[in-house]
Structures are given as C-alpha cells and as structure tokens.
Design a protein around this ligand. Structure first.
Ligand code: FMN
Length: 211
C-alpha cells in the first residue's frame, strides 16, 4: 500500500498557505493512489525535541555499547526516521521565517540527520560522508511573504531556506526534491492570488505523478 508522509511546519493552524497546499496535495495523491495511506507529522503541534547532551552522547556511541537510557535518548529519532523510511513519497510544507526554515523544522532535521543511521562518516575515505537513506520523491511547498526572495527574484541571495533544505535532504540521500513556491503572502494584491492559483495547479500535477 503506497504511503505519503505529510510534514507541516507552519506556526499558523488556520490561514496557513503551506498547510492548505499540503492538504490539497494529500487529497490529490489519495485520489491518484487507491488504497494509499497518509501519515501526518506536524512539527509545530508536536515539537521535535532539540538535541541535547544525552542525544549527542548516544548518537555518537557505538550501537552495541548503548545503555537502555541511551537508547531512550534516541527513541524519538528512531520514530521519525522510521516514518521517513516507510514512506513512498513526502510532501513538506515550509514557511519562510527570517530568511530560513522554521526552528521546529530544523529541530526535526536535527533528529533525523544522525551518524551511522541516516549518513555515515569515514574520515579516511575520499568521500567521507555517505548518505544511508533510499531516495524517494519529495515535494516541498514553500510560502514567503515577499516573492522577491524566491529563485530568480531580486532578493534571492537572501533565501537561505531552499539551499539549506536541499543540502540537509541530500546529505541523507534524499535528492529527488521539487519545489512548489508561493510568493507575496504579505502583499494582499493580485500577485498573491496569481501565485496561489499557479501553485494549486502545480500541486495537482505533482501529486498525480508522485506515485
Ligand atoms: C516569524 C515569521 C517570520 C517571517 N519571515 C519572513 C521572511 O524572512 N521573509 C518573507 O518573505 N516572509 C517572512 N514571513 C512571512 C511568511 O513566510 C509567510 O506569511 C508565509 O505565507 C507563512 O507560511 P504559512 O502561510 O503556511 O503560515 C515570516 C512570517 C513569520 C510569522
């Protein structure tokens, strides 16, 4: 049974553009994948624990030396990674906050980017870092207040969100990433309306091919 992992990270529950579009994506995906299953991960409603001393000590310990307490420190990371591994496709809703991604989504990536679990590190190898996850289609839905920050726009060099996200996903083996972008949320004029209509069409198209 195909499975779609839907990740939301907007701080808004109502009025959120990214939540609206991930919901539309999920609906179209379900229509295209009969018997398909949705798994929802909301990193705002259920904030991933920021990594701490216990997590780091456990993550870097050899697996066979981990105590029960150390395994407990990685339990959340295991749950989040298992969700990604079990999914056939992902859709991630990401608002731009202060030129980057929301802190709650960064906390999520800090939990799933883990040495010897989602990437390996061998300082003696020509390529010291190797990704360990199997690639799958990922649609990232981004909304920004000012569309000039989007790729090709006059302020695109201030968009730290997209390169950061692409780097983190690629680092663990997830390279098949497509963006759907909505600009001008803060401009209540025709530009937002046009951007939303275009994004809705792209979402419908992308959800149909992502099977
Ligand atoms: C805390 C915060 C920081 C923001 N920072 C930026 C920013 O740096 N650049 C920008 O264009 N828009 C910024 N915005 C606007 C959001 O990106 C925009 O409202 C987007 O639509 C939010 O996604 P959502 O509609 O899914 O909640 C910010 C909004 C908030 C709440």
């Amino acid at each position: 049974m195909p499975r779609l992992l839907v990740i939301n990270s907007s701080g808004r529950s109502s009025r959120s553009i990214t939540r609206r579009l991930t919901a539309q994506f999920a609906e179209s995906w379900l229509a295209a994948n009969s018997g398909g299953e949705l798994v929802e991960r909301d990193v705002t409603l259920q904030l991933p624990t920021p990594v701490n001393e216990a997590w780091i000590a456990s993550a870097f310990a050899a697996p066979e030396t981990r105590s029960a307490e150390m395994l407990k420190a990685l339990a959340e990371s295991e749950v989040l990674l298992a969700e990604v591994e079990a999914a056939d496709a992902l859709v991630i809703g990401v608002p731009m906050y202060n030129f980057g991604l929301p802190a709650q989504l960064k906390a999520y990536f800090d939990q799933i980017i883990r040495v010897n679990r989602s990437f390996s590190f061998n300082p003696e190898a020509i390529e010291p870092y190797q990704p360990l996850l199997t690639d799958k289609p990922i649609t990232v839905i981004v909304s920004v207040g000012d569309g000039d920050l989007l790729p090709g726009g006059p302020m695109s060099e201030l968009n730290f969100l997209e390169p950061h996200l692409v780097t983190m996903l690629g680092f663990i083996g997830l390279h098949n990433v497509e963006f759907v972008r909505v600009g001008y949320e803060e401009y209540q004029d025709g530009r937002l309306k046009r951007a939303l209509e275009a994004a809705e069409q792209e979402v419908a198209k992308r959800a149909m091919i992502e099977q």
